[in-house]
Design a protein around this ligand. Structure first.
Ligand code: NAD
Length: 464
C-alpha cells in the first residue's frame, strides 16, 4: 500500500505541495492581520486586472455572457473582498463574553485561530464565485490554501490557476487543477479543513476522506428546492420573481427553485403567467441571458427528464449546441423520474396541491433541500412554512435573492450540506473560534476544591 503511494507521481506532487503549505503555515507568516489584508488586496487587484480574460474563459466554456458573469460571479466576489478588507480587523479581534460568578474575578473571550492548511474544492456551475469566495474566507482567517477548481469548465480552471500560481507563493496559495484522480490524491492528504462545493454523492466521498484525520469539513451541496405558491399569492409578481430565479444560468444553480407546488385554484393562471414571463425574457445564449448546458453528459441527463406527455411549454433541445429550451412540465407526481433527483437544468416541474398539509408533506418526503421558497401574504402560512419545512436557506415572496445578502449565512442542512459561509460567517467557517477564560493570580476562593458541604454545593450551583 505504502509502496504504491510512493510511486504515484500525482500523489507525490500533491504530497509535496501540502508539505510546502504546512511549512509555510509554520513560519507564522499568515498570522498578522496586516499580512492577510495585503494578500486580500493583491488578490482583488489581480482579479480586476484579469477581468477580461475571466469573461472570455467562461464564455468559451459554456456561453456565459459578460453581463451574467458580472452579476453572478465577479460582483459577489468583489463584494466579499470589500467586506473582508473593511471588517477583517474587527472580525479577528477577541470577542468578549460575560464571565459567570464562579469564575470571578476573571474575563472570558473567544479568539479566532487559523485552522492551518485548507483544501477548497469548487463546483462548475459558478466556477469563479464558488471557488474564489471560499478562498477569500480561508485567506482572511489566516490559513494557507490549495484550490481545486472543477475541471468541467476547463478554461475557467486554467485561468484561475494561471492568475493565482503566477502571483502567489505556492506555500501560501496555490491552484491544483484536475479531475477525479487529482481530487482523490488531494483527499488522501491530511488537511486542517476541507471546503467542498458539489453534489451530495461526492460530498459523501469527501466526508469519508476527512474522517480518518477528523478534518473539519464544510459541505455545500444541492437538493430539490421547493417553491410553494399559496392560493393568496399575487400571481404576476410571484411568477415574475420565480421565473427569473429558475432560469439564471439555465437552471444550473444550486439554489434554483426545482419544483413548484401551486394551489389548484390558481394553477392555470400560474402556468399561463410562467409562459408570459419566459417569452418576455426571450432566453438565448446569443442574447446573453442563457447559458449552454455544461457538457453532453449533463445535456443527456437533463433532456432525458422531459416527459413529452407532461410538457406544458417548451421541451425542445439542441444537442450540438448543448441548449435546452426553458421548459415547463405539469401534472407531475412524486413518482415521476423528474422528482427523483435535482433537475439542475432549465426545466420547471409543476405539482398542484389542495391543502397546505398536502404541500408540506410532499416537501418533507424528500431530502432536506438547500433552499425553500414560499409565496404568500398569509401570516399563519408563513409561520408554518418556517416552522415545519427544513431547508438550508430560503426566501418568502422571492427566490434565490437571499444569497445576495452577505449578512445572511449560506449553507445547507442534512443532505444539502453542513456548515455555512459568506462575509463574517466565512471568517468563522475557516477559523477555530477558541474560547478562553483568563484569571488573575491574586484571589482564589476555595469553593471549587473537594470536600464540599451541602451549603457550598448549593452556592456553586447558584454561582455557576
Ligand atoms: P460534483 O460533485 O460532480 O463535483 C464537484 C467537485 O468534486 C469537482 O471539483 C469535481 O472535480 C470533484 N469530483 C467529482 N467527482 C469526484 C470523485 N468521485 N471523487 C473526488 N472528487 C470528485 O458537482 P458538480 O457537478 O460540479 O456540481 C453540481 C452539484 O453541486 C449539484 O448537486 C449542485 O446542487 C451542487 N452545488 C452546490 C452549491 C452550494 O453552494 N451548495 C453550489 C453549486 C453547486
Amino acid at each position: 500500500m505504502t509502496a504504491q503511494t510512493e510511486t504515484n507521481p500525482v500523489e507525490d506532487t500533491i504530497r509535496a505541495a501540502v508539505e510546502q503549505q504546512r511549512a509555510f503555515f509554520r513560519t507564522k507568516a499568515t498570522l498578522p492581520i496586516e499580512f492577510r489584508l495585503e494578500q486580500l488586496k493583491k488578490f482583488d487587484r489581480l482579479i480586476r486586472a484579469h477581468e477580461e480574460e475571466l469573461y472570455d474563459a467562461i464564455y468559451s466554456d459554456f456561453g456565459k455572457s459578460r453581463h451574467h458573469t458580472q452579476l453572478t460571479e465577479l460582483f459577489p466576489l468583489f463584494e466579499e473582498l470589500e467586506l473582508a478588507i473593511k471588517h477583517l480587523k474587527d472580525w479577528a479581534k477577541p470577542r468578549k463574553v460575560a464571565t459567570n460568578l464562579l469564575n470571578q474575578p476573571g474575563k472570558s473571550y473567544i479568539v479566532a485561530e487559523p485552522l492551518g492548511t485548507t483544501l477548497v474544492i469548487g463546483a462548475w456551475n459558478f466556477p469563479y464565485n464558488l471557488s474564489l469566495i471560499p478562498v477569500v474566507g480561508s485567506m482572511m482567517a489566516g490559513n494557507t490554501t490549495v484550490l481545486k477548481p472543477s475541471e468541467l469548465p476547463a478554461e475557467t480552471s486554467r485561468i484561475m490557476a494561471r492568475i493565482i500560481n503566477e502571483n502567489f507563493d505556492p506555500g501560501y496559495l496555490r491552484v491544483i487543477e484536475g479531475a477525479i484522480p487529482e481530487t482523490t490524491a488531494l483527499l488522501n492528504q491530511r488537511w486542517d479543513k476541507i471546503f467542498f462545493t458539489g453534489s451530495p454523492q461526492v460530498g459523501r466521498i469527501v466526508n469519508q476522506a476527512a474522517a480518518p484525520h477528523l478534518t473539519n469539513v464544510t459541505l455545500e451541496l444541492g437538493g430539490k428546492n421547493p417553491a410553494i405558491i399559496a392560493k393568496d399569492a399575487p400571481v404576476d409578481v410571484s411568477v415574475k420573481r420565480l421565473i427569473w430565479a429558475k432560469f439564471i444560468n439555465s437552471g444550473q444553480l444550486c439554489l434554483t427553485p426545482d419544483y413548484v407546488l401551486v394551489h389548484k385554484s390558481i394553477k392555470n393562471k400560474v402556468l399561463e403567467r410562467m409562459v408570459h414571463e419566459i417569452e418576455k425574457h426571450d432566453y438565448s445564449v446569443e442574447r446573453g441571458n442563457f447559458t449552454r448546458i455544461i457538457n453532453e453528459r449533463n445535456f443527456d441527463r437533463v433532456a432525458g427528464l422531459i416527459d413529452p406527455e407532461k410538457v406544458y411549454y417548451g421541451g425542445a433541445s439542441d444537442r450540438a449546441e448543448r441548449v435546452i429550451q426553458p421548459t415547463i412540465v405539469h401534472n407531475v407526481s412524486l413518482d415521476d423520474p423528474i422528482m427523483q433527483d435535482e433537475i439542475f437544468g432549465p426545466i420547471i416541474a409543476v405539482l398542484e396541491y389542495d391543502t397546505l398539509d398536502e404541500a408540506f408533506d410532499i416537501v418533507r418526503q424528500l431530502e432536506k433541500p438547500l433552499a425553500g421558497y414560499l409565496f404568500s401574504h398569509d401570516r399563519e402560512t408563513k409561520a408554518r412554512f418556517l416552522a415545519e419545512i427544513p431547508f438550508g436557506s430560503g426566501a418568502i415572496n422571492d427566490a434565490v435573492m437571499q444569497n445576495t445578502n452577505s449578512n445572511l449565512p449560506f449553507g445547507g442542512v442534512g443532505n444539502s450540506g453542513m456548515g455555512r459561509y459568506h462575509g463574517e460567517y466565512s471568517f468563522e467557517c475557516f477559523s477555530h473560534m477558541k474560547p478562553v477564560l483568563e484569571k488573575i493570580f491574586d484571589f482564589e476562593p476555595n469553593l471549587k476544591y473537594y470536600g464540599h458541604s451541602d451549603r457550598q454545593l448549593k452556592l456553586i450551583r447558584k454561582l455557576g
